[in-house]
Design a protein around this ligand. Structure first.
Ligand SMILES: Cc1cc2nc3c(=O)[nH]c(=O)nc-3n(C[C@H](O)[C@H](O)[C@H](O)COP(=O)(O)OP(=O)(O)OC[C@H]3O[C@@H](n4cnc5c(N)ncnc54)[C@H](O)[C@@H]3O)c2cc1C
Length: 473
């Protein structure tokens, strides 16, 4: 009996190798360019399976990747020639304790499951705005969502987690148990172990919300930017907006505003009246069931395409830069290969920034996020070209704001940076080089030294090293 089959017999879940029919499916990711040829994929069923998988990987000197929802386009949840601990297939339950307003969620669940289950009880938490993203990566990296204005980041609503650490311990992390680990996983990503369960604070949530997209012609942008600045000055907790400059299927550029108001259609329309008075050419904003809110953007983020993502922070809405972006996106889209989209997210930040930067590992920022997303259909080798396109688009944003890439990255959202040059390759034994040290320093800023101390306790050999790897102190 081969070594792998005796290992497989000890696992309750499924062990998949390149010879299995299930292999292509097992290494598939949201972004085609994030697929890597793993040696073994273990679709774990519980924390014990995770413990055994870590031990097997260590015994066989296999690099490890942890897969939650599989949305990191740079391949952080994949590994060439290594072992993938995949939680999505089996550890994806959602159990609601309506009385205590808590959601117990398997580390491989996606946000759609959480939204749909919790709202049955009139409850919700802060989840991702594209509901097929995983709870795992989004939570451990911070977590922005439409409800963040009122309830803070996803990590601010995380009450407890079960983490399997590098030495095979199954630990509860909370404010009262292993509180150093709990601090570190709230922003420190997959650096500290495998989260098999995440427990969220849930909040009363109305069953319908006012949300959707409105498309405007470019001549309306100046007015919309002015209105947005005014709106931001008095933004309330129950609202949010995204300005999108995106390529249309016929190779043009569109300016789209996604509106959110946690209220009825009547309230929402009255609240955003000035924006509607500007006169969108398409108006799809209406009262919808809450569980549909985070599916509004799903059509623009379909599985199986190639993607390059870059995140920077933004100072404030900027008319000149937006017009330049519209022009550039149209120019790129005309080429017929790349479909760029730049999302300017306007989330009320007061609640988020009421939590001190030192309270969790997440590097909180004063401003909002910009996500630049370049998509293309075929050819994983086009990632370098996509990176250059994203850079040109980011440059326009930065010129408009008058700051450097370093400035913007220092306050950009780590979970929006999906660049494979940031992911250690299997051939690099220990990712302690200058590049990753600089990236981790940017990502965690003043929290980095403390993270390094905690890394030394829970992962001294740095086996969890595929997302902003932290060098143990
Ligand atoms: C289309 C799209 C929309 C997005 N929208 C939002 C948004 O609205 N708000 C927001 O905050 N972010 C958003 N993001 C960013 C998102 O938070 C990150 O891409 C996140 O890492 C995705 O998590 P995942 O579990 O799906 O990905 P994966 O690729 O599975 O994992 C990403 C990283 O997290 C680790 N990880 C995943 N699960 C676990 C686990 N259970 N235990 C330990 N480590 C784990 C992986 O090892 C990897 O390092 C979006 C991303 C995309 C692609």
């Amino acid at each position: 009996m081969s070594d792998i089959s005796s290992f497989a017999r000890t696992i309750k879940g499924d062990v998949v190798t390149p010879d299995d029919a299930d292999y292509a499916n097992s290494i598939a990711r949201w972004a085609k360019n994030a697929e890597r040829n793993a040696k073994v994929v273990v679709h774990v069923k519980d924390a014990e399976d995770v413990v055994k998988s870590i031990a097997y990987a260590k015994d066989h000197k296999l690099p490890i990747a942890i897969r939650g929802g599989g949305h990191n386009a740079a391949g952080a949840s994949s590994v060439e020639g290594g072992l993938v601990i995949d939680l999505k297939r089996h550890i994806n339950y959602v159990r609601i304790d309506a009385e205590k307003k808590l959601g117990y969620v398997g580390g491989g669940a996606i946000w759609a499951q959480v939204d749909q289950e919790a709202i049955k009880y009139g409850l919700a938490t802060v989840g991702g705005t594209v509901n097929h993203t995983g709870v795992g990566g989004l939570t451990l990296g911070g977590g922005y969502g439409w409800l963040a204005g009122r309830h803070g980041l996803t990590i601010d609503n995380l009450k407890q987690a079960t983490i399997v650490t590098a030495n095979g311990s199954i630990l509860t992390a909370s404010d009262t148990e292993n509180s150093d680990l709990f601090w570190a996983i709230r922003g420190g990503g997959s650096n500290f172990g495998v989260a098999t369960e995440l427990v969220y604070q849930l909040h009363p949530q109305r069953k319908t919300v006012f949300a959707g997209n409105a498309v405007y012609t470019p001549d309306k942008v100046e007015k919309l930017v002015d209105l947005t600045k005014k709106w931001l000055d008095n933004v309330g907790e129950d609202e949010g907006m995204i300005h999108v400059v995106a390529a249309t299927p016929d190779g043009k550029a569109a300016f789209i505003v996604i509106f959110f108001y946690n209220g009825s259609e009547e309230e929402g329309r009255a609240h955003y009246k000035e924006f509607f008075d500007v006169g969108p050419v398409v108006d799809n904003v209406r009262e919808i069931p809450y569980e549909q809110l985070n599916s509004l953007q799903n059509p623009q983020a379909s599985h199986g395409r190639c993607y390059y993502l870059k995140g920077v922070s933004q100072a404030s809405p900027n008319y000149k830069a937006t017009m330049e972006l519209i022009q550039k996106v149209a120019e790129i889209a005309k080429g017929g290969v790349f479909k760029p989209a730049i999302l300017h997210e306007y989330c009320p930040n007061a609640k988020i920034n009421s939590v001190p930067v030192s309270a969790t590992a997440f590097r909180r920022q004063i401003s909002s996020n910009i996500l630049t997303n370049v998509a293309w259909e075929e050819g994983v080798d086009k990632a370098a070209e996509a990176r250059e396109i994203a850079k040109e688009l980011v440059d326009i944003v930065l010129r408009g704001q008058g700051n450097s890439l370093d400035d913007a990255e220092k306050s950009g959202y780590t979970n929006y940076d999906h660049d494979d040059i940031d992911i250690p390759s299997a051939s690099i034994a220990s990712p302690t080089g200058d590049h990753w040290a600089k990236r981790a320093d940017l990502a965690f800023a003043s929290n980095y030294p403390k993270l390094q101390q905690i890394k030394k306790v829970y992962d001294p050999e740095n086996i969890f090293n595929r997302w902003y790897p932290i060098t143990p102190a």
